[in-house]
Ligand binder design. Sequence first.
Ligand code: GLY
Length: 360
Amino acid sequence: MEFQLSLKSLKNISYSIITGENHLGKLRDLINNKLNPDKSIIITDENVYNLYKNKFHDQLIKSSKNFELIIIPSGEKSKSQKVRDELENQIIDYKPSRNTLIVAIGGGVVGDISGFLASIILRGIRYVQVPTTIIAQVDSSIGGKTGINTRHSKNLIGTFHQPSLVFIDFNFLNTLPEEEYMNGVAEILKSLLIGSPDGFDFLESNLNSIVARKDNVIKKLIEESIRVKAKIVEKDPEEKNLRKILNFGHTVGHAIESLSGYKLKHGFAVAEGIIVESYISHIQNKFNEVDLFRIQYIVDKLKLDKQYRKKYKFEKALEKMSYDKKRINDQITFSLLRKIGKCDYNKIVAPEIIELAYNH
Ligand code: GLY
């Protein structure tokens, strides 16, 4: 399937999001014939490289022009200022020109740090996102948010820099560990809650198939989530307004993730955020109680809620929330559900209500 993402407000930038299976050869052709760089620098991580090195060499690097390869350690710790410095120098060692292409093959960490470097090296070069996890396929690879973490919170340093292509190969999902797979399902749940009532119904009626990792179900859910995200980014590429709804579940989610020292995976932190923020939506935004129970049932059935919030006092979580990028005049704001598939943004919520929902 091919989606076109057109950003009229950003000098008419437009790029494709292509999904398919076992089609890395097509990526090679698109790079050679369409993007036509003087050199491509693949950035990937150790896990992905060890699993796919033969495929990379046979289908991508062999018979391509001028490919270089950089492998970074796997895991969230690589999204750091230290790894950024190291990677920056490695890229510069390859003498990139303005026509050099970065090809980020990996999960959100690889995509975010590679995109960030592509945005600042020579004041900006092109990059391609090849997301290998569900969470990256439905969210982080699309829409041009790049970034690294600081000791205070996630993604506090970053840029908007749109990729030239997002290339998705569902084959990568076959080697995803169980935990990483369900981590991605949490982000799918968020996407459908904010933008696709039909997608949400489909997810709700296929919970057993999701747990059984039925290919046709997960592909359909991923493609629907991509559709939701692309539509939102087209309307508001730089998160001035509507794009804030993509952060539903993330105000609380990021706080819990950060308190856990990033031991809790992003999607599971977001699942806890979805529970807390759906409850706030019910108290403050007329979100229907029956739908609140439906969400709770899905999260429980898929075992997405790891209950990390019970380990941290509300005050600690609130302090972390104060770093949230959506805050306005030092007030924490939320994206809140109005109904399934419809989300509002810039909602100021009193700390007492957040506390009530956090502890309920
Ligand atoms: N992950 C939220 C966004 O891309 O806006």
